[in-house]
Write a protein that binds this ligand. Structure first.
Ligand SMILES: NC(=O)c1ccc[n+]([C@@H]2O[C@H](COP(=O)([O-])OP(=O)(O)OC[C@H]3O[C@@H](n4cnc5c(N)ncnc54)[C@H](O)[C@@H]3O)[C@@H](O)[C@H]2O)c1
Length: 443
């Protein structure tokens, strides 16, 4: 059933993007997020009598989430559904009884009644299904990540460059209002020069789904096995590395790291604990950490600047007091007054606090702190941009307009995830390979 609150999210975002064009620096901000340019109320108005006819491939948990969102969009019509696992196809069909059902996606692609395909299958199928859909003359919206191997990413990217069809990847932070505004503020200089990024995703959940019979284990729990999944990197880090690059306006040139199965020793192959460092050419780094047996630290995307820190996931930022005119001793008195330290540390005459201070949060949107602390859902979070990016895809199915840089951002993030996994497996530092560089990337 239509949920007006979510419709509003989409409309609010359109209004926000329209407003961006008018406020000081809006043009400059939009120039670093060109995929938003056409996503305006005026465009929504001009296509209001048209509908993108959509076919979905993969109607599991994320596919059904997309169905719920599509059902709320006035410019979308779900006409076909495909899944080769009967319980999931039946569940999706119950949501859209009018849609034709298929068990073979190639048969669905033969239909002339479909403009755009939404792919929500396990990662190992993304590349082939995207290529087949483009070949069939359809526009494509595929879930992240782009593909399971670097070679496949390159093949898909080359196909995309040759096609006149639209291709989107579900990198929803690119359409998440708090991320758009927060990164706009970073690009306007609010936190000064970007000097690093700290991204992490902590959960306390085994990442498993119940399996009705043992032979379905790999099919249902595909995330846990390397033949189908890139583990924590492609499932979680892909979003966060994309954001770090978007903020930095660069692509890291090397990566090293470690990965282990430290707790969930249940037959899975993918790591449940990963710590990596991505290094940009100018020396700034992304420290990335993911652990799924302790959720204390939740999920955060922190961009660090020499004047402050932007916490994109919570929509808050914190300014450093680096230009304070106070003397060292006055700072010390203030710190003690604020009970930051329990004892007076012995230091030189020009003492300055070096350990963590207590920062007052500023808010990116109104007076709101988004409590995205855990991010434990395997389906996706509410109002995280997933509905807006899908809505933008449906608009593109009608207009035929490509989404500038969405594919490039996903290509870069996916390559970095796969390189991270490779660096961990080989226990070495890996430089970004020349053969996978694209002109979009700045190192
Ligand atoms: N963007 C996000 O925040 C986000 C969130 C959750 C999941 N995802 C992505 O969505 C994708 C699906 O994840 P999920 O959790 O829904 O998985 P899932 O296992 O619940 O669903 C996958 C579906 O694909 C079907 N499938 C498998 N092979 C098929 C084939 N050959 N033809 C047709 N259908 C086939 C399966 O039967 C299943 O119903 C993954 O790529 C995942 O990374 C993205």
């Amino acid at each position: 059933m239509a949920n007006n609150k979510q419709k509003e999210v989409d409309q609010n975002l359109r209004q926000f993007i329209k407003d961006l064009g008018y406020i000081a620096g809006g043009g400059a901000i939009l120039s670093t997020m060109p995929w938003l340019q056409s996503f305006t109320p005026a465009m929504a108005q001009s296509i209001r009598h048209e509908k993108a006819r959509i076919g979905l491939i993969g109607t599991g948990s994320r596919g059904q989430y997309h169905i719920h969102n599509l059902l709320m969009m006035p410019h979308a019509q779900i006409v076909a559904l495909c899944d080769d696992y009967a319980p999931n196809l039946q569940a999706a069909s119950a949501l859209v009884p009018s849609a034709k059902t298929y068990t073979d996606y190639k048969k669905l692609l033969e239909s002339n009644e479909i403009d755009g395909i939404v792919i929500s299958t396990p990662l190992h199928l993304h590349a082939q299904q995207t290529l087949d859909s483009l070949d069939a003359g359809k526009h494509v919206f595929c879930e992240k990540a782009m593909a399971l191997t670097m070679e496949e990413c390159k093949t898909v990217y080359e196909a995309y460059q040759k096609t006149d069809k639209v291709l989107y990847y579900c990198m929803q932070r690119m359409f998440d209002e708090k991320y758009i505004k927060g990164i706009g503020m970073i690009h306007s200089g609010i936190i000064g020069e970007v000097v690093g990024a700290r991204c992490h995703w902590f959960r306390n959940h085994n990442w498993r789904r119940p399996v009705p019979s043992p032979e379905l284990e790999r099919r249902i729990n595909w995330r846990l096995y390397w033949d189908y999944s890139g583990g924590l990197m492609t499932e979680l880090a892909s979003h966060q590395l994309e954001v770090a690059n978007w903020a930095n306006q660069r692509t890291p040139s090397s990566v090293c790291g470690m990965g282990d199965i430290v707790f969930w020793k249940d037959g899975r192959e993918v790591y449940d604990s990963m710590s990596l460092v991505y290094r940009y050419g100018n020396g700034t780094k992304i420290t990335y950490e993911s652990l799924i047996s302790n959720k204390f630290n939740g999920m955060e995307d922190q961009i660090l600047g020499h004047k402050g820190t932007m916490n994109l996931a919570t929509g808050t930022y914190f300014l450093e007091d680096v230009n304070s005119n106070q003397s060292g001793i006055q700072q010390l008195i203030n710190q003690i007054g604020n009970r930051v330290f329990s004892a007076i540390p012995a230091a030189g005459a020009s003492w300055r606090p070096e350990t963590r201070d207590t920062y007052r949060p500023h808010f990116v949107m109104g007076n709101r702190n988004f409590s995205v602390t855990e991010g434990s859902s395997m389906i996706g979070a509410e109002a995280d941009g997933s509905d807006a990016i899908l809505s933008a895809f449906c608009q593109s199915c009608i207009t035929g307009e490509k989404a500038t840089e969405v594919v490039e951002e996903c290509y870069s993030a996916t390559l970095l995830c796969l390189l991270g996994n490779q660096a961990v497996a080989e226990q070495t530092t890996i430089a970004f390979p020349e053969e996978y560089k694209i002109s979009h990337m700045k190192f």
